[in-house]
Design a protein around this ligand. Structure first.
Ligand code: AMP
Ligand code: ZN
Length: 112
């Protein structure tokens, strides 16, 4: 098993845990792009959003719920951004589905 985020989730690579439950694990991004930059990943390995199908609908909803739950806990009431980079053109660099939660500064649009 060579997946970086699977190793983070199973604890063999250290990370700064922010939240966890039976379905997901959230931790600090190692190269933060905002004052708050967290990643929410499913415990089960799934390469990307592009690999999600009907059986993953509940899990996808849970990941977004977890991001909102964490945002509330981090007092990001002014707003925040949730991003799922998908595939090469989407800028995905780690092939284990994850939701970026970015906050603590004003975001710009469009993204690069
Ligand atoms: P993406 O480019 O959307 O696939 O996002 C991957 C993210 O994982 C990037 O923002 C990286 O900074 C982050 N990352 C890579 N290695 C680690 C690590 N060991 N711990 C925490 N975050 C990491
Ligand atoms: Zn994985």
């Amino acid at each position: 098993m060579s997946c970086l985020f699977c190793k983070i989730i199973d604890g063999s690579i250290p990370s700064a845990t922010v939240y966890q439950d039976d379905l997901c694990y959230a931790f600090a991004d190692i190269h933060p792009q905002a004052p708050v930059h967290l990643l929410v990943a499913p415990r089960a390995h799934l390469v990307s959003l592009d690999e999600a199908d009907g059986e993953h609908r509940g899990l996808l909803g849970h990941l977004l719920w977890a991001a909102a739950h964490i945002a509330r806990a981090k007092a990001l009431g002014k707003g925040y951004r949730v991003v799922i980079n998908t595939g090469d053109d989407g800028g995905q660099t780690v092939d284990h589905l994850h939701v970026h939660l970015l906050g603590g500064r004003s975001m710009t649009w469009p993204p690069g």
